[in-house]
Design a protein around this ligand. Sequence first.
Ligand SMILES: NC(=O)c1ccc[n+]([C@@H]2O[C@H](COP(=O)([O-])OP(=O)(O)OC[C@H]3O[C@@H](n4cnc5c(N)ncnc54)[C@H](O)[C@@H]3O)[C@@H](O)[C@H]2O)c1
Length: 309
Amino acid sequence: MKILVTGGAGFIGSHIVDAYIEAGHRVIVVDDLSTGNPKNLNQEADFYLMDICSKEIYKLIELEKPEVINHQAAQISVPLSTRDPYFDAHVNILGTINILKAALKSGVRRFIFSSTGGAVYGNSGGEIFTEDSPENPESPYALSKLSSEGYIKLLSMGKFSYAILRYANVYGPRQIPHGEAGVVAIFSIGFIEEKPITIYTYDDMERGMVRDYVFVKDVAKANLLATLRDDNLQLNISTGEGTDTLSLLEKLMEVSGKKIPYNFAPPRPGDIRYSIISPERAKEKLGWVPETNLKEGLRTTFQYFLNRA
Ligand SMILES: NC(=O)c1ccc[n+]([C@@H]2O[C@H](COP(=O)([O-])OP(=O)(O)OC[C@H]3O[C@@H](n4cnc5c(N)ncnc54)[C@H](O)[C@@H]3O)[C@@H](O)[C@H]2O)c1
């Protein structure tokens, strides 16, 4: 199958590209390298340095006629989205509409979209969100992702099928330290450079905010499985397990064999307290389960940053 991956030089996108190529698919990557890294690019993929908001993407998609578009490219920073909601909406909403229009014109069969379970459901009181939980975006980033989901459903109607994958907090090798779950990358670098670590939290959450950490290779596998389907899907890609920031730090201390000082600071705008998301529907629809436990994933991630240092 010929698959076009936007954001394929980024953290998650590059692992998806690797999974597609390993499965024997032909891959075209579009990325403007704003946060992506050319070193992440799979050598067997064709690469186009291109902005998803540009007109050139039309010509490219018309020329290449991919069967599937997997849209990963985005502005991913929640704090940046609160500082500059215009830029966030420009890349995340208008960029997505641009890709959708090109997909409609070129006769794409399937559209895969990376959305965010970590943000669209908003803050939980400790309960586990399912796909039926109400959406409650609390940042421009969450809102731009939710709007994009709406445009995909509306514009695709009868023309192509879609899979909207709502990731929890993804972590793993190649992560840049300022995304949604950049905390694992930030902490790993902190351990290696022996710099004190800051845990952002609310006064009444002594062990830090709670997140659902899912390993990037498991996320790539979910994308691969979703690509092979033809039905419209909206699925959480998560573990269903919550980890507070201090426990995450303690696990990293274990796997790295290092101890490091840490301090607490108030939350940043848009920071949500609890985010735990059920993967049950992905299991039912795709036969997907997260295979990597947190300790194993943290060990692999820490080793990656250590080798890179
Ligand atoms: N990291 C997480 O925990 C997480 C959680 C939920 C959803 N997501 C979503 O997953 C996707 C991938 O995120 P990531 O963590 O790998 O981030 P990333 O920054 O590593 O990847 C984004 C990629 O998109 C590219 N890009 C950005 N703007 C572009 C533009 N205008 N034109 C072309 N390319 C552009 C970047 O250069 C980068 O390679 C994003 O859509 C993000 O919103 C991530």
